[in-house]
Design a protein around this ligand. Structure first.
Ligand code: MGP
Ligand code: SAH
Length: 427
């Protein structure tokens, strides 16, 4: 535990009860803290994503989930829920945001405006963009009229059930369960005009920059990276302005002219960069896309990518996630999925025909299938010696078959790789 953990963790008796309402569902625990709720969700839900902005909290939650033997059933994400929201999907959203510290009980009536990191109206509005099935864990002195307002001002209005959350018979907090109600929504159609005006005050505020403090060692360039160091300005034209790399970054970053071309195909779209590495693609997506989520399983890569995005002045346009794309996929949504997975290191060139089975962390068929569960608009960055018949197979074996465009990628007249653009309609 850490200090905030001590005063904000949901008591087990309450967390168990809340989780029972989510049995079999895909749950997003948006402020997961040290894992009090996450652990109980993991026991009964079909899938749990646990998000916290503080990497220390994620580490504590992982440890605590291990104590309960459920760590491998949870996708832990260090990130800002408000920023990640456009790319999340799930059946139930669980919100137990900061109440402003232990002093919350000093006021007679706790107002939703006092919740953090945004007022309760903004939080709720963001949650609603994902699902109407929202559970909020709130102070026992919360203004219940404001909660009812949240339900009624939604369009369509939601049903609301308030539960007094007790430990040993003593009220500790309030849990509000919001759900959609089709009959209710048709009856109050005539009210929606009024609701509409009132929801204006619930509009989301401008995106705030991610605050992160991931501590890690950044490997400096070494001998084996020298060949790539010579090409440094092809990789990042702003290399001299503070770009940082690690060894895998050197040999796998997408050269800038190629990344720019790939990004142009995604102008205005919500893009998921599933293997973001040191950010070669992420940076170019950030310049032209409406929203970019950059996922990498390696925390060092994410730190490097954040630094590099800062060099290009686009860090605040990207939602950085430390996580496993394979595990996160069921909770992701977006217009385009960009896959530039590990090819197995620079030795990929040693075979004449590179097979999709050689991609990592799963073979190309599996990666493609996982990507397809999100969108048919998939871009794959592949070795120049890839077996093109296999790539075509990916398009044809899809149901319905996808259109495929293969682009050969050159830098300074040398072929570096190929990009495969799959889509239902043109991306
Ligand atoms: P390369 O073949 O290692 O370099 O990678 P180069 O300069 O073409 O070497 P040559 O001596 O054969 O001419 C070419 C490009 O492929 C790199 O700049 C990366 O963009 C990309 N790339 C290489 N690897 C090993 C990976 C990888 O594992 N994953 C991803 N996503 N891209 C890679
Ligand atoms: N396009 C990137 C390079 C990607 S290299 C760029 O231009 O910089 C491939 C990346 O995949 C590596 O950084 C590796 O850490 C990451 N990776 C490997 N397995 C992963 C997984 N399961 N989920 C997310 N990222 C993964």
């Amino acid at each position: 535990m850490d200090e905030e953990g001590w005063y904000s963790v949901t008591p087990e008796e309450i967390a168990i009860k809340q989780a029972q309402r989510c049995r079999g569902k895909v749950v997003i625990d948006c402020f997961s803290g040290v894992g009090g709720n996450t652990i109980q969700f993991a026991k009964v839900c079909s899938s749990v994503v646990a998000i916290d902005i503080d990497p220390m909290k994620t580490a504590f939650a992982m440890n605590n989930a291990k104590v309960y033997g459920v760590a491998n059933r949870i996708d832990f994400v260090t990130g800002d829920f408000m920023q990640l929201a456009p790319c999340l999907k799930g059946d139930v959203l669980f919100l137990s945001p900061p109440w402003g510290g232990p002093t919350y009980s000093k006021v007679e009536s706790y107002k939703l405006d006092m919740l953090l990191p945004r007022d309760g109206y903004s939080l709720f509005q963001t949650a609603l963009s994902i699902t109407p099935n929202i559970i909020m864990f709130l102070p026992k002195n919360v203004d219940l009229a404001q909660l009812e307002e949240l339900a009624w001002l939604s369009s369509p209005p939601l049903t609301l059930e308030i539960e007094e959350s007790c430990v040993g018979g003593e009220i500790k907090a309030i849990t509000a369960y919001f759900k959609s109600n089709p009959t209710l929504s048709s009856r109050v159609d005539s009210l929606t005009h009024e609701s509409h005006n009132m929801t204006k005050s619930m509009k989301l505020k401008k995106r705030s920059r991610l605050k992160k403090g991931i501590k890690s060692t950044i490997k400096k360039e070494n001998g084996s990276s020298h060949k790539y160091w010579i090409q440094r300005y092809d990789l990042f034209s702003r290399y001299d302005q503070g770009i940082e790399m690690d060894e895998e970054g050197w040999y796998s970053v997408t050269p800038e002219v190629i990344a720019i071309k790939q990004a142009q195909r995604c102008r205005g779209k919500v893009v998921i960069d599933c293997f973001s590495g040191v950010g070669g693609n992420t940076i170019q997506f950030a310049k032209v896309c409406s929203s970019v989520v950059a996922i990498d399983i390696d925390p060092v890569k994410v730190e490097l990518a954040m630094n590099n995005a800062m060099v290009y002045g686009v860090a605040n346009c990207v939602d950085f996630v430390i996580g496993d794309f394979i595990q996160l996929a069921p909770s992701l949504k977006g217009d385009v999925v960009f896959l530039s997975p590990p090819w197995g290191g620079p030795m990929y060139r040693d075979v004449e025909s590179y097979k999709l089975e050689m991609l990592q962390p799963r073979d190309g068929y599996s990666l493609f299938q996982i990507a397809q569960s999100i969108t048919p608009n998939i871009i794959m960055f592949l070795p120049r010696n890839v077996d093109l018949a296999q790539v075509e197979e990916l398009a044809w074996l899809s149901s319905p078959p996808l259109t495929l465009e293969i682009e050969e990628n050159f830098v300074g007249g040398r072929m570096k790789a190929v990009t495969a653009y799959f889509s239902c309609n043109a991306v």
